[in-house]
Write a protein that binds this ligand. Structure first.
Ligand code: URA
Length: 261
């Protein structure tokens, strides 16, 4: 394999091989295991940094930074949406960032009456650096269009996580916890009139509740804004019979917006 291959090309090649059915990684050059270096031989241990020892003063142990606290401080210091995007881009405590191509911050009109909060970028969003651009996003656009909403005029869209989780796995609770301060600040700066929570992950992050079948269509309040949980468009693609409920929720959203604007 070309050793100069970058991370994303190498991952795409690996995913392609897995799709073809590869289950084991075997090199194409035989390896003589007897010639491998002795694994028991311990690598030389790095010496701890010398600490100035003062009589009567206990050495200070270095503490790992608490990612949630770091996130809170970074988010609170952002005075605009651009600054918040910059603070997220500079946040180094989330491992997802290392595997993602792009930060997916938002799309649509900042300051729009409707803010949609999805789960996390998928492959297409990671490539383009914009939320909801794949199949689920196209369905979302059609749903919004049915009640005269669109990204060019009156909708603002973001996700709970700004980086794609590997293999589109569900976000981990610690990932949600460390990125929630940014989401909270995002809502404060975008100042929507209503928030639509798409699916369980965003309900978990914003309302601390799961169970979208029960929650959908029930208005709630979070971060000082009325919120409406709805089925995620990706779920609607898999379960088209749920579109009837989604349509009822869209009509309800439309009615609420008319009251508020
Ligand atoms: N699903 C989401 O929740 N968000 C996206 O941006 C894309 C798919």
């Amino acid at each position: 394999m070309d050793s100069a291959l970058d991370f994303h090309s190498a991952r795409a090649l690996l995913e392609w091989q897995v799709e073809l059915g590869a289950t084991e990684a075997i090199g194409d050059v035989p390896v003589n295991r007897y010639e491998l270096p002795d694994k028991q031989a311990k690598p030389a241990q790095a010496k701890p940094a010398a600490q100035a020892i003062q009589p009567g003063v206990a050495p200070v142990e270095e503490k790992a930074a608490d990612p949630v606290r770091v996130a809170r401080e970074a988010a609170a210091g952002a005075g605009s949406l651009d600054a918040l995007a910059g603070a997220l881009a500079a946040f180094e405590h989330c491992e997802l960032k290392k595997g993602a191509r792009n930060l997916v911050f938002s799309d649509g009109v900042a300051g729009a009456p409707v803010m949609i909060i999805g789960e996390a970028p998928g492959r297409d969003e990671d490539r383009e650096g914009r939320p909801f651009v794949g199949r689920a996003g196209q369905l979302l656009d059609r749903m919004l269009d049915a009640i005269a909403l669109n990204r060019a005029e009156n909708v603002y869209i973001t996700n709970v996580l700004p980086w794609r989780p590997p293999q589109n796995r569900d976000p981990l609770p610690e990932e949600i916890a460390m990125l929630k301060p940014f989401l909270k600040r995002h809502v404060e700066l975008a100042r929507p009139k209503v928030i639509v929570l798409m699916g369980n992950i965003s309900c978990q992050a914003v309302l601390g509740k799961r169970g979208i079948t029960r929650l959908r269509g029930q208005w709630d309040d979070a971060m000082g804004v009325p919120v409406l949980p709805m089925f995620h468009p990706a779920y609607l693609l898999r379960q088209p019979q749920a579109k009837r409920a989604a349509w009822a929720d869209l009509l309800d959203l439309n009615a609420r917006l008319r009251e508020l604007t």
